[in-house]
Write a protein that binds this ligand. Structure first.
Ligand code: PXG
Length: 293
């Protein structure tokens, strides 16, 4: 049997079956906290500083003080991977509001808790990167800026979870979430890209999509490769009539889509632009990032 994972909690490492958070933590009681999902490949952490920046921005937006500096959080992530002697994998970094009395007020919690789990992940089977995913539109909409900003990567993922349930119930593998105006925001855990007549399109962040770190990396790769790229208000029509469609995310990386709401996308096979960007992305993650060892 392999060694148990060592989980970092507030300055100490615990074997996975002893890695516990209080039932009085407001992260559990109210979903009050923020998180990041981060990948490391070939002994380097991909875009670590961007993830830490987004974590601090999410925390600031929910009025949560992270009890460490960004540099210290970076060191926590790298040392947790090192402690587990991992080379390729996934980090889940969470900041919860911390242990407190019952009651919504965050001021009942003395200090936020920091947790780092370093493990392995595989979201979709390898053949999906050849054949493409099946998508369906979900009934559950993305939260709006006037409630919880969709830019906050909070511990409250219930609307995404409900959307995922709806997608799976309709026989799809991933769900498309619209904003309250009915424009495409993103999938339950991935950003969306469309290719039409050689131009690449993605919904604006203002449409209600997370400012994805994979999204940003893919935009950079597309521009470097000389593609025209437009951030737009995207409709389902734009997706139905796309030549190619793909999703981006830390877990999914760059994954093609073959079918959406029963419409075959393009030829139904992974298209050339998707293939090119998928390869460029795989090369990027293998050759850049914060060194672990
Ligand atoms: N939209 C949403 C709602 C997300 O949660 C993305 C887009 C893609 O963003 P990044 O920065 O990863 O390119 C996400 C990311 C998980 C998991 O465990 C979820 C995400 C990332 C990593 C793991 O389900 N979501």
């Amino acid at each position: 049997m392999s060694n148990p994972l060592q989980v970092y909690i507030d300055g100490e490492f615990f074997p996975e079956n002893e890695a516990k958070i209080s039932v009085f933590d407001h992260g559990l009681l109210y979903g009050d906290g923020v998180f990041e999902g981060i990948r490391f490949y070939n002994d380097r952490v991909f875009r670590l500083e961007e993830h830490i920046d987004r974590l601090f921005d999410s925390a600031k937006a929910i009025h949560l003080t992270i009890p460490a500096t960004p540099e210290e959080v970076i060191e926590m992530v790298v040392s947790t991977i090192r402690k587990n002697e991992l080379h390729d994998g996934y980090v889940r970094l969470l900041v919860t509001r911390g242990k407190g009395e019952l009651g919504l007020s965050p001021y009942r919690c003395e200090k936020a808790s920091l947790v780092v789990i370093a493990s392995t992940i595989s979201l979709y089977p390898a053949e999906k990167y050849e054949t493409g995913l099946i998508l369906a539109t979900c009934a559950t909409r993305r939260p709006t800026h006037d409630s919880l900003s969709p830019s906050v990567k909070s511990l409250n993922y219930l609307s995404n979870v409900m959307a995922k349930v709806e997608a799976l119930a309709s026989g799809a593998e991933e769900g498309v979430m619209l904003n309250t105006e009915g424009y495409v925001a993103e999938c339950t855990g991935d950003n969306i890209f469309v290719i039409k007549d050689g131009v690449i399109y993605t919904p604006t962040v203002a449409s209600g999509s997370l400012n994805g770190i994979t999204r940003k990396a893919v935009i950079e790769l597309a521009l470097e490769a000389g593609f025209e790229l437009r951030e737009i208000q995207m409709s389902r029509y734009d997706m139905y009539t796309a030549d190619e469609l793909f999703l981006t995310g830390t877990a999914a990386e760059v994954v093609p889509v073959a079918e959406y709401d029963k419409r075959v996308i393009g030829t139904g096979k992974t298209g050339p632009v998707t293939k090119q960007l998928l390869e460029a992305f795989r090369n990027l993650v293998q050759t850049t990032g914060t060194p672990i060892y």
